[in-house]
Ligand binder design. Structure first.
Ligand code: AMP
Length: 374
């Protein structure tokens, strides 16, 4: 057990690292952040910030030697250098978990091999036959690059065979996954935590609404039937056990119109859809991450109030500084900003949560407050 006072190393210095650092420092831990870009959101909170490329083994080694445990907040950290860290300190989750989940081909294969429900897919290697892959899965389908995909980046929806030439041109020379297009009823997700002693806790399921492929609203409790909720909680629990997770993991799922739950994506870190836990749960996903990687007892995941989380993207700055005062005047709103200087369109700059007596009311208010912000 790593007690308060020990040093937690975080690879990646974005907002997930920042909120992890906030939770960890509140519990009395020291936090060191490793991030290629200077002045990162997490660096402003951490005791130490190291700026070096992830491939710089000497810098990574020096960083790891100062930490009692190392975790990551970003899944595109190359897995190979992480192996080197493991001989110096504890890496949680294990690098194999990252290796499996950071590449869509490996991730989908893992889901298939372990019999977790998922959308039908075909893998196409960099020099493989994309047209054959698309024919195998059938249209409509979605082509996704195997590496470095998030928030719908590196994706193309194929509606008919006529879209084939565009897909061939765009993905030439890239390894991809071709996935059946799921006409889902809704999207849900869960953050699951598993400790070194194999205790597992799943946070309340979030119903997620995306706009232009980026998460816009998280509604909790999710407005889905009880059987769907039960499945959406059971799958992350089983996945955490099967993959031997120590830490937290976000599990994104599609709910089909017939009530099936399909696993879409795994992220072995805290998740945007779990931000609501800071304001509406007994334990936040970030504190849970600290507890899980430090071997402390996991915290209660009780929901204290129905809640909706709204992402604040750089687009909110289109007409100048957003009207924070209007938002902050609401008694049921909490605002979180990540300290990013440059509000680019699509960039996650912060979020706010709205609590209310039920999820529908919280969602209605959240939409109203969001519309007034920009
Ligand atoms: P991803 O980067 O895989 O999480 O995809 C981002 C978003 O694109 C998802 O949250 C869905 O809204 C949509 N999407 C991705 N894959 C599919 C699919 N196979 N069928 C339907 N929508 C999808």
């Amino acid at each position: 057990m790593l007690l308060p006072g020990k040093t937690i190393g975080v690879l990646g210095g974005g907002q997930l690292g920042r909120m992890l650092a906030q939770a960890a420092t509140r519990l009395g831990y020291r936090v060191h952040v490793y991030e290629p870009q200077a002045h990162c959101p997490a660096g402003a909170i951490a005791h130490q910030e190291v700026n070096a490329p992830y491939e710089d083994l000497a810098a990574l080694t020096a960083f790891a030697r100062e930490c009692d445990v190392v975790t990551y907040e970003f899944e595109n950290v190359p897995a190979a250098p992480l192996q080197a860290i493991e001989s110096l300190t504890q890496l949680r989750p294990h690098w194999r978990v990252l290796e499996t989940t950071q590449n869509r081909s490996r991730e989908k294969r893992w889901l298939r091999d372990n019999k977790f429900p998922h959308a039908r897919f075909a893998e196409v290697t960099a020099d493989g036959d994309l047209a054959a892959g698309i024919r195998e899965v059938g249209v409509p389908c979605v082509v996704k690059t195997a590496d470095f995909g998030y928030d719908g980046k590196g994706q193309l929806k194929i509606l008919t065979e006529a879209d084939l030439p565009a897909a061939l041109a765009r993905f030439a020379g890239q390894a991809v996954v071709v996935e059946q297009f799921v006409d889902f009823a809704c999207e849900v997700s869960a953050v699951v935590a598993r400790s070194a002693s194999a205790a597992v806790r799943v946070f309340p399921i979030s119903e997620n609404i995306h706009t232009h492929h980026i998460l816009d609203f998280c509604i909790v409790p999710a407005r889905v039937p009880a059987e769907v909720l039960a499945l959406a909680e059971k799958l992350p629990r089983l996945i955490a056990e099967k993959i031997d997770l120590v830490g937290v993991m976000g599990v994104e799922m599609f709910v089909t119109r017939t009530g099936e739950v399909l696993v879409n994506e795994l992220a072995p870190r805290t998740h945007n859809s779990g931000h609501y836990t800071i304001d509406a749960c007994m334990t936040s996903q970030f504190e849970q991450q600290v507890r899980a990687i430090c071997g402390l007892p996991l915290g209660a995941v009780t929901l204290l109030s129905p809640v909706v989380m709204v992402n604040i993207l750089g687009d909110a700055w289109a007409k100048g500084e957003p009207k924070w005062e209007a938002l902050l005047a609401q008694p049921n709103v909490r605002l979180h900003l990540y300290g990013k200087a440059e509000p680019r369109p699509g960039r996650k700059m912060g979020h706010f949560t709205v609590t209310a007596r039920d999820a529908d009311m919280a969602f209605e208010l959240a939409q109203k407050y969001q519309a007034r912000l920009g």
